[in-house]
Design a protein around this ligand. Structure first.
Ligand code: NI
Length: 391
């Protein structure tokens, strides 16, 4: 079973929607135009129910199959796309490039939204399934936890979702390919905010102060020993200090040094260990240097953990569409994060990667979603529904 022919017929429309969304990027929860566009299309297709304003600006479209799902284990399946863009200045020179300076669809969420709309159009037209197909369009994937906001607003219970699936395009994976694995697929994402407080002094009389720059530098180095010495070499963890600000001039030892960073892990026990060791190391450096170190370890998105049965099923559907040679069933996890993790904590399901071919990387100013991937992504969605809720 290759791509769905009817989807191929829709491709020019889906591409046009994608390019329209691309030209009008919006950030985080402020996706009013995009959400309006999505809701208008869903109503045009004849979705049985279109709900807006879930998780502030999320949109849900419910499509009922020809048959009810009475007596079945799975009565409703949720498919999720993300709608938000990034605060990046686009440098593609495409005819449909961003009309808003400093905002850009640099993660392909324009493509994700358009592909799910294409699937919604097909499913509304054919309805060759039993039960409910729930199309989920979420805001604020890029750091705002829009998935969690929609769940908090009752997404899973209100639409009685039994299983939930997500997808992300990945540059470097060939066009027409999918990649997935059971278990951890993407990392947890925690934010570090560190303040080192010393005592300011004349730079020529350091003994009269307490130098937060030296202490901060020692802290950065000491923290690197956590991943290299405290974590099992066969486990995965990233600890990056990405910002270090202190002082303003060459002859003053400043009072404070401020740092920002991130921790990524693939298992809860590794996450707990990194957090504990960071506190220990910070306390040790503070004592050794005579500074006061305030470490705020803020837990963000959890690990994206694919459920085994749904991963197997997603793998089967992807294989049906593009062939076994084009599906990686045991792809390497990546240390990037995804708030779809919250949906997989709420319901069984699976997240899959789809090839974007040889494009610039995600979050790069020259990135662009590959319109030739549309037929694969939309076909995957509709076959997932028709397979899970077979009529
Ligand atoms: Ni993304």
């Amino acid at each position: 079973m290759p791509i769905v022919n009817r989807i191929a017929e829709f491709q020019p429309d889906i591409m046009a929607w994608r390019r329209d969304l691309h030209a009008h990027p919006e950030l985080l929860y402020d996706v009013h135009r995009t959400a309006g566009f999505v809701a208008d299309r869903l109503r045009e297709f004849g979705c049985d129910e279109v709900v807006t304003g879930l998780g502030q600006t999320g949109v849900v479209g419910v499509i009922k199959g020809r048959k009810p799902a009475d007596g079945r284990n799975v009565k409703a399946i949720g498919l999720r796309a993300d709608m938000d863009a990034l605060p990046i200045h686009e440098e593609t020179n495409l005819p449909y490039q961003s009309k808003t300076p400093g905002k850009m669809h640099a993660c392909g969420h324009d493509g994700h939204t358009a592909m799910l709309l294409g699937a919604a159009r097909y499913l509304s037209e054919t309805r060759n399934f039993a039960g409910d197909a729930v199309m989920i369009f979420q805001p604020a994937e890029e750091g705002g936890a829009g998935a969690a906001a929609m769940i908090k607003d009752g997404l899973m219970d209100r639409f009685a979702i039994d299983q939930v699936y997500g997808m992300h395009n990945i540059p470097g994976i060939p066009l027409g390919s999918f990649a997935i694995r059971p278990g951890p697929l993407m990392a947890s994402m925690d934010k570090l905010v560190i303040k080192v407080e010393g005592k300011g002094a004349h730079a020529a009389m350091p003994h009269k102060g307490v130098d937060p720059v030296l202490a901060g530098a020692q802290l950065v180095v000491a923290l690197q020993s956590i991943v290299s010495r405290s974590i099992d070499p066969l486990e995965s963890a990233v600890l990056s200090i990405c910002s270090f600000h202190a002082g303003h001039t060459s002859n003053v030892i400043p009072q404070t040094a401020d740092m920002l960073g991130t921790v990524r892990t693939l298992k809860p026990k590794v996450r707990d260990l990194v957090e504990q060791r960071m506190k220990d190391v910070a306390a040790g450096v503070a004592q050794a240097t005579g500074t006061r170190i305030e470490l705020n370890y803020n837990r963000g998105y959890p690990v994206v953990v694919n459920h085994p049965d749904q991963t197997d099923f997603a793998l089967k559907i992807a294989t049906d569409i593009v062939g076994a040679a084009n599906v990686d069933a045991n792809t390497t996890p990546i240390m990037g994060a995804e708030d779809f993790a919250y949906m997989l904590e709420a319901r069984p399901g699976a997240f899959i990667f789809m090839g974007n071919g040889d494009s610039a990387g995600l979050h790069h100013p020259a990135y662009n979603f590959n319109d030739d991937a549309i037929v694969h992504g939309s076909s995957y969605w509709v076959k997932l529904v028709e397979g899970t809720l077979a009529a």
